[in-house]
Design a protein around this ligand. Structure first.
Ligand SMILES: NC(=O)C1=CN([C@@H]2O[C@H](COP(=O)(O)OP(=O)(O)OC[C@H]3O[C@@H](n4cnc5c(N)ncnc54)[C@H](O)[C@@H]3O)[C@@H](O)[C@H]2O)[C@H](O)CC1
Ligand SMILES: [K+]
Length: 481
């Protein structure tokens, strides 16, 4: 099952892998033609009703594959108003080939009976539908439904929402649907026969995090009323650089406010790294159980907590981590020494754990050299601990126990100390903006690696972790779109 939002991400990732959408459209159109062949005989009269988006484009391609039929393609709208280049190119190719085409400007100009079709291909609207069908689509849909001919819909019956199966007004009543790449939630309860066509999207476009995944942030920004999240970093004590790096990275990954809770003796030094971070000091050399109540109070006012950077592995610190997790029910990123506490603790919190392979083993997980084997092991272990895991490596493996995503950005220069603290901060900020922890972690791994690749261009193996945070904004932008 794939939602239309995820489909759009995968589609963009495929393009980044060298399989552009127009190529996918060629496969979609071919699949539509194959379905037509199953419902009508060569020589039959086939009417393809094309909308102005890519759904219509699929049918324009299909018409080319139906040369042995009496095929007519009707475009609902003027060719200049076709919404995408690829759909327009395919429509123009049809017109230039002197195929039978017609343009319908408004609903009064359309009478299905005039075409006397043996079969109708419904390609008015696909996943791009919003709200009830407008004109001329609504009238055409009614005529199609009233006619006594088989109807084959492209991707989804026009008017039906591919994610919910709901129709806000009239929708095409299809006999068969050919959808692409994977099943859609909105097609599950239809009476129509649904075929899933493989359109050649590489599996890698789903597995490997790519520029398409950046769409998760677009959606967050229009649905989130300007609230991009407040992040609390709990860290520092034996180290000061680590929490400072996490905090800066969280800011650069779009958090509105970042606070660092740290022992008071390092507060001044952490504040000294920059004026953008707010420091919330607590008394003592390192985090310990007496601080937990205050940290829980602080955490309640934040969208996510990043737990661990530079905390150290003092026994009382690890006790405090355990007590915090036992009492916390929000969302947290857990990194570094704090990780070893996770398997032992009973918590209502939603955690994203960011171990490297050594830390994974310390948590009780197992690893493998081949990333595919590692992906299976990480998925199983994530299911066992009940949290999302982001296991760092040349290939970062992310799993929530169900799905697996792999980040393969990054370079050997990033083995330098501190890049993990940057990643934890980015993960915290993205987890405050993106609903799915898996998606947030996957995107964080991707962006951190991209920032590292950009830093490596400037500094080679001499890159430092502090080169990364300021490169995160660029790494979170899709230049290709
Ligand atoms: N990888 C893939 O998923 C592929 C999918 N393909 C096909 O592309 C469509 C989705 O195309 P898109 O251009 O995004 O949207 P639509 O064609 O569905 O329609 C957009 C078009 O419709 C207008 N519109 C929106 N709502 C309404 C309405 N209620 N009434 C009238 N008009 C409406 C909107 O303004 C736009 O102009 C997908 O379903 C597949 O069929 C490709 O084959 C590539 C691979
Ligand atoms: K359709």
């Amino acid at each position: 099952m794939i939602t239309s939002e995820r489909m759009a991400m995968v589609d963009r990732n495929a393009a980044a892998l060298g399989v552009p959408r127009k190529q996918l459209m060629e496969s979609s159109g071919n699949a539509v033609a194959r379905l037509v062949r199953g419902h009508a005989d060569p020589g039959d009269r086939v009417l393809l009703v094309c909308g102005r988006g890519n759904n219509g484009g699929d049918a324009a391609v299909a018409a080319r594959f139906l040369a042995d039929y009496d095929a007519h393609a009707v475009l609902l709208g003027r060719p200049e108003t076709i919404t995408t280049d690829i759909a327009r190119e395919n429509w123009e190719a049809l017109v230039d080939s002197e195929a039978s085409t017609a343009v319908v400007g408004d609903s009064r100009a359309f009478a299905l009976d005039e075409y006397a079709p043996d079969l109708v291909v419904d390609a008015m609207l696909g996943t791009g539908v919003t709200g009830a069908l407008r004109e001329p689509e609504a009238t055409v849909a009614r005529q199609v439904n009233a006619a006594d001919v088989p109807v084959v819909s492209v991707d989804v019956p026009s008017g039906v929402d591919a994610d919910t199966g709901e129709a806000a007004g009239v929708a095409v009543d299809a006999d068969a649907v050919v959808t692409f790449h994977d099943e859609k939630p909105g097609l599950a309860d239809l009476e129509a026969a649904v075929t899933v066509a493989d359109i050649g999207i590489p599996t890698a476009a789903e597995t490997f995090v790519g520029p398409g995944d950046l769409r998760a942030l677009d959606r967050a920004s229009d649905s989130h009323k300007g609230d991009n999240g407040e992040v609390l970093v709990v860290g520092g004590g034996p180290y000061t650089g680590a929490p400072a790096l996490s905090a800066r990275a969280a800011l650069r990954a779009g958090a509105d406010l970042v606070r660092v809770a740290c022992p008071d003796h390092v507060a001044r030094e952490i504040q000294g790294y920059g004026p953008d971070v707010i420091v919330r000091p607590f008394a003592g050399e390192h985090l310990a159980p007496p601080h937990v109540e205050r940290i829980l109070d602080l955490a309640a006012g934040h969208d996510t907590v990043v737990f661990g950077p530079g905390l150290g592995d003092n026994e009382s610190t690890l006790d405090a981590v355990g007590e915090f997790l036992a009492g916390y029910d929000g969302r947290a990123v857990v990194d570094a020494d704090a990780l070893q506490v996770v398997p032992e603790v009973d918590t209502d919190a939603e955690l994203i754990c960011t171990p490297h392979q050594g830390e994974l083993q310390k948590m009780g997980g197992t690893t493998a050299d081949d990333w595919r084997d590692r992906a299976d092991l990480v998925r199983e272990f994530a299911a066992e601990v009940g949290h999302t895991l982001l296991v760092k490596g040349a290939y970062d493996v992310v799993s929530d126990g169900d799905e697996v995503r792999v980040g393969r950005t990054g370079n050997p220069g990033m083995t330098v100390g501190g890049t993990g603290d940057v990643l934890a901060g980015v993960t915290g900020a993205l987890a405050a903006q993106i609903e799915s922890p898996l998606q947030a972690a996957a995107l964080a791994a991707y962006a951190n690696g991209r920032a590292g690749d950009d830093a490596a261009e400037a500094y080679g193996n001499g890159l430092a972790a502090s080169d990364l945070p300021d490169r995160i904004p660029q790494a979170l932008r899709d230049e290709g779109e």
